[in-house]
Design a protein around this ligand. Structure first.
Ligand SMILES: *Cc1c(COP(=O)(O)O)cnc(C)c1O
Length: 369
């Protein structure tokens, strides 16, 4: 761990960044200047390059705010009036998409599943077959609530079979797991600056199928979250944002993208996250902890562990003891089970996981002996 940070964030984001990413924020740029706008354009094209080999059919647009702002901008901008979206809800982030649709008064159907159950292609096929009015399908890739991975490949095939527009919240997986938007027929992929690309928080982004996106002009229900207008400003202004852009965050993100390429791209990052995850889970099981999910549906992004049932266990005290040892973990978010979560993403390596396991073993021994 770098010695200029107080602790390692084992969280789903904001997460631990590299010192060089943090240092990239040490300059002030004008949003009107070509020096800055060129960097925006580099970031936009790099995002498309990471998302697919078929770069000519895709574009990207950045949006101020946290990831949810980008989800809300997408829902509110690309579903025309009279459209209807099928939303898969098997976790808090799926539920948030439902909340957005309800608040924006977008007609929607919900495919509701327990938080520990993945959506299947058959579930989605049945929902689409049952309702002709559905024009769009929205699903979360890695449900950060639990760390569960929805099988996006098989679901994407069904969405395309029915010729619906596909919106994927890949917030916590994009950059850390290989996804090819063209191969899967994803029309809108949404993620943010502070997850697997390993930047700092401040904006979200959408990778869009250009011909589909082009047809959405005038559909937005919000001024500041108008995704189409933001895209047009960036296209026509050579990287200009509408309204103040998070310049320092963008510089950090540009550096983070360079470091992703230096690491060997998404497949190398995925391999590191998987090793982090494997190291963590094997070690936790050895200490006596149990994972919430079976390994088959678990993404290597964040892992939910069942809280010990021993009455001497208390999450607050466990958290504080680990924080004092320079590791920050994450509370659980599952409604039906008492859990805590440990993230595998960020500028975090298997050696850090081994250090963490040693600390958890010590803290657990103090708790329960
Ligand atoms: C992080 C995350 C979001 C966005 O959350 P914000 O707190 O708004 O950044 C959305 N969906 C998923 C799956 C996420 O992991």
């Amino acid at each position: 761990m770098d010695d200029d940070i107080p602790y390692l964030l084992l969280t789903p984001g904001p997460l631990t960044t590299s010192r060089t990413v943090r240092q990239a924020m040490q300059s002030d740029f004008s949003t009107w200047d070509v020096d800055y706008n060129d960097r925006v354009q580099f970031v936009r094209s790099e995002l498309v390059r990471i998302a697919t080999a078929q770069v000519a059919s895709y574009t990207s647009v950045l949006m101020q705010g946290s990831g949810t702002f980008a989800v809300e901008a997408t829902l509110g901008s690309v579903i025309p009036r009279g459209g209807k979206v099928l939303i898969v809800d098997n976790g808090a982030y799926g539920r948030r998409i439902v909340q957005i649709a309800a608040r924006l008064e977008i007609d929607h159907a919900v495919l509701h599943l327990p938080e520990t159950e993945v959506a299947t292609a058959d579930d989605v096929r049945a929902a689409l077959a049952a309702d002709d009015a559905i024009t769009h399908v929205a699903i979360v890739h890695c449900e950060t609530t639990t760390g569960m991975l929805n099988p996006v490949e098989s679901i994407a095939r069904v969405v395309k079979e029915f010729d619906r527009v596909f919106i994927l919240d890949a917030m916590s997986s994009f950059g850390g797991m290989p996804i090819d938007v063209a191969a899967l027929g994803i029309d809108y992929l949404i993620a943010s600056s502070n997850k697997c690309i390993q930047g700092v928080p401040g904006f979200g982004f959408v990778i869009a199928h250009t011909p589909t996106f082009e047809s959405t002009q005038g559909a937005a229900r919000s001024l500041s979250l108008d995704l189409f207008d933001q895209w047009q400003a960036m296209e026509q202004g050579g990287g200009k944002w509408r309204y103040t852009s998070p310049t320092h965050v963008l510089l950090a993100f540009e550096q983070a993208l360079r470091e992703l390429a230096e690491e060997g791209g998404v497949s190398a990052r995925h391999a590191r996250y998987r090793e982090n995850h494997r190291t963590l889970v094997d070690g936790m099981r050895e200490i006596g902890f149990r994972t919430l999910l079976p390994d088959a549906v678990q993404a290597p992004i964040i892992t939910s562990f069942e809280s010990p049932t021993d009455p001497r266990y208390d999450f607050g005290a466990f958290y504080a003891a680990l924080k004092a040892r320079r590791f920050v973990i994450y509370p659980g978010k599952v409604s039906a089970a008492d859990t805590f979560r440990i993230g595998n993403i960020g500028h975090v390596f298997p050696a850090d996981m081994r250090d963490l396991l040693e600390q958890i073993a010590t803290v657990s021994a103090e708790f329960f002996d």
